[in-house]
Write a protein that binds this ligand. Structure first.
Ligand code: PLP
Ligand code: COI
Length: 348
């Protein structure tokens, strides 16, 4: 395996201060393959680029695929770290069970993401100016015609430097509650990162953006009352110094950032309630934010439902949102102590 010394150059092709959440092709990706019956074996690095695939691949025809999203941070201690990568490995394993794919062992998952960051080290942004987004993919790549699991599978990792997920950086975003569309239904695949969960959200999201909103909030598909998620991020609101977040019912993605915020907030002395959060309750809250690997903690400035608009504070991030944001980002940048042992150093 190629190892890199402590003195590492950063790419001069990137203007780190203009990074958005978009694809910048990097040098190297990782790939390994297996069949439905053989164990996974460690794969190898290769130049970033297109992969050959059968037109009858399970992933192309029936959406048998999962992805993960994680970030590598260059910290103030001149280390490069992941944030809780074991959680991504485990979530992908649960997703693999749900989509009838062979789960990638945690050791192979972690080795792959580490190797990919090491090989693309020059693309890791300077401290506080973005992160290297790491995208593991697991897919049924072998050919299959009947609706059935593919005969073979590919686990692939690529990376790209990213900045803020929402336009305007960390300024508060305006969200629209979707009254016509849902993201997930009970018994479906909403609780795993199935690739097929995302395309159905594109049309509602585009419509909301055309109307001036940053993203949509989805309600539950049964009662249409309770908030589930914000596009591809989890939802929190704050009322009377208590945090509320939708409980995990199987239709919501169990976000690693969500879980970390629950732990951080409790550590900072706040009560956190995982419960059903009605749109009405959220619209009467003091603060609201959404969170995820890509979204980090994004303050919500307003929520609109039908003709009603709830504005939080004066459209600026609320104090508890700010506090949690600084604490989380501080841990990731190593300007705050890693109290919970969440950081995973990538050997360089
Ligand atoms: N919800 C959805 C639908 C997502 O795609 C993501 C992104 O991964 C999240 C929530 C946030 O999860 P995490 O904090 O693990 O990135
Ligand atoms: C993430 O936060 O990593 C996501 O997966 C969100 C989105 C880019 C799909």
């Amino acid at each position: 395996m190629k190892r890199y010394g402590r003195v590492r150059s950063m790419s001069e092709e990137v203007d780190w201060d203009s990074l958005t959440f978009s694809l910048t092709p990097t040098d190297t990706m990782y790939l390994t393959e297996t069949t439905a019956t053989e164990p996974w074996m460690p794969g190898s690095l290769r130049p970033y680029g297109a992969i050959p695939m059968s037109p009858a691949a399970g992933v192309l025809n029936y959406g048998q695929g999962l992805f993960e999203g994680m970030k590598a941070f260059r910290t103030s201690k001149d280390r490069v770290v992941f944030f809780r990568p074991e959680e991504n490995a485990r979530r992908m394993q649960r997703g693999a069970d749900r989509l009838k794919m062979p789960p990638v062992p945690e050791s192979i998952f972690i080795d792959a993401v580490e190797q990919c960051v090491q090989a693309n080290i020059k693309w890791v942004p300077p401290t506080g100016r973005g992160a290297l987004y790491v995208r593991p993919l697991l897919m049924g790549s072998g050919p299959v015609l009947g609706v059935a699991p593919a005969p073979s599978y590919t686990y692939l990792v690529y990376v790209t430097p990213v900045g803020p997920y929402f336009k305007g950086g960390v300024s508060a975003i305006d969200l629209l509650i979707s009254e016509d569309y849902h993201r997930a239904a009970p018994g479906g695949s909403g609780g795993v990162k199935a690739i097929g969960n995302y395309a159905p959200g594109m049309m509602p999201s585009k419509k909301a953006k055309a109307a001036g909103f940053a993203e949509v909030i989805y309600l539950d598909a049964e009662t249409h009352n309770y908030i589930e998620e914000v596009g591809a991020a989890n939802f929190f609101c704050v009322k009377d110094n208590t945090l509320y977040t939708p409980e995990l019912t199987g239709t919501i993605l169990p976000g690693i950032t969500r879980q970390s915020i629950i732990e951080l907030a409790r550590h900072n002395g706040y009560d956190v309630v995982e419960t059903k959060v009605s749109a009405e309750f959220a619209m009467g809250a003091d603060e609201a934010f959404c969170c995820g690997t890509a979204a980090v903690i994004s303050p919500i400035g307003s929520i609109t439902k039908g003709g009603e608009k709830a504005v939080y504070g004066d459209g600026k991030p609320g104090p508890i949102t700010e506090q949690l944001y600084s604490h989380l980002v501080g841990i990731q940048n190593e300007t705050e102590e890693d109290l919970f042992g969440w950081l995973h150093e990538i050997p360089l």
